[in-house]
Design a protein around this ligand. Sequence first.
Ligand SMILES: Nc1ncnc2c1ncn2[C@@H]1O[C@H](COP(=O)(O)OP(=O)(O)OP(=O)(O)O)[C@@H](O)[C@H]1O
Ligand SMILES: [Mg+2]
Length: 447
Amino acid sequence: MTKIKRISITWRSFLPVCYKEETNNKPSSPRSVLKPRLSLSDVSITGSPMSISMEDLSTSLVGSNLHIFTLAELKTITHSFSTSNFIGEGGFGPVHKGFIDDKTRPGLSPQPVAVKHLDLEGLQGHREWLTEVIFLGQLRHPHLVKLIGYCCEDEHRHLVYEYMPRGSLENHLFRKYGASLSWSVRMKIALGAAKGLSFLHDAEKQVIYRDFKASNILLDSDYTAKLSDFGLAKDGPEGDKTHVSTRVMGTQGYAAPEYVMTGHLTTMSDVYSFGVVFLELLTGRRSMDKTRPSREQNLVDWARPYLNDHRKLDRILDPRLEGQYSTTGAQKAAALAYQCLSHQCKSRPTMSTVVKTLELLQNFNDIPVGTFVYIAPLETTKEAEKQTEESKKGNGHQNRHDSHHRRGNRHRMRSPRSPTVYSSPSPNDSLTNATNSPRPSHEVKVV
Ligand SMILES: Nc1ncnc2c1ncn2[C@@H]1O[C@H](COP(=O)(O)OP(=O)(O)OP(=O)(O)O)[C@@H](O)[C@H]1O
Ligand SMILES: [Mg+2]
């Protein structure tokens, strides 16, 4: 096993190390992926992720093929983070499209990328950035978005991902204009996302994703779903432990009730969140929607009674499907959602069972013949650029105005867009025990 050099330093001493990286930015050499997977706690001596230097991080992740970019390189590839390259914004900060090739760095294959830029005034910070680098830097799967590299210079933090031309599921499912997703595409997305979660849960060193929601499911040109955003991910329980005790974090409307009540995190919490997203796919409604009448605002509470009643099921299915779905498929899908959303976490299926059920659901073709809407697959580069243009007009990805609106609402926790849930910390939570604050990004600056 790779020997890890550990140095305990404070945030102040951390800054020069980051700065040093600017001149020492060799990409990790392409060796085989590390086994076993390193945890956040493996790369720091004090248990605080602040105690790792960037040199240690790149040494620890040797073999993961992550590139360490300079800020200057990222400015070049995103045209100085220009508004024309802006594709959206979430809790971490703004996201810009860029293009890398071997002019950026010898050996890089030409491809579009998405560059996430940590908003220093935002809710998230170095911890989320580091968690993402450590988890996604080592995990590779067709249903996880690929992390290509990162940048850490002074206080700046960036993440560079493969570009997903169709943006997030959230943007597709809840947009007001444009063709709605067909039944078969919804089932394909559910299966892809379920495979991503199943991979995490069945890994030798289990991962609990903790933030499964429509905005974190990104779509490739052919609607292959990939999970993004590992900033809240946790290693699963070890030994004979049944759960991980942690501060409750995640997103209102998606987080499992027993996790919100107790802070006890298990893979079954992810299964519940999967059930919520699956219900969003079936109904076309958001998990929390304050614009609806009060009894319909919480999607699960409203829809649950209909899920195991075949005669009433069509009352909750997305009207934008215009009846174009398999009746048997819809009944089986509703039954699956019902199981995933069970109050009793032990009654929920594992994600590998969910995958098997969804694989069967792909084969229900008794869809009534109706209006045929053809959605052309996007050509990665040209079409994606066009989509960026559209996103700026508000059609595709999240536009800047909406993003700011959403981010403001995250703080106030009144958003119809499911803000992050925070609660008091558990003493056992190694990730968050440095702070009780819901603003970890600000806490890390004063360590
Ligand atoms: N790899 C990517 N390829 C293409 N678009 C992306 C990529 N990553 C993010 N985006 C887009 O950027 C926007 C912001 O994404 P981000 O993950 O930062 O926030 P979010 O998931 O919307 O919100 P939250 O902070 O609650 O997770 C989204 O609209 C998403 O579509
Ligand atoms: Mg996200």
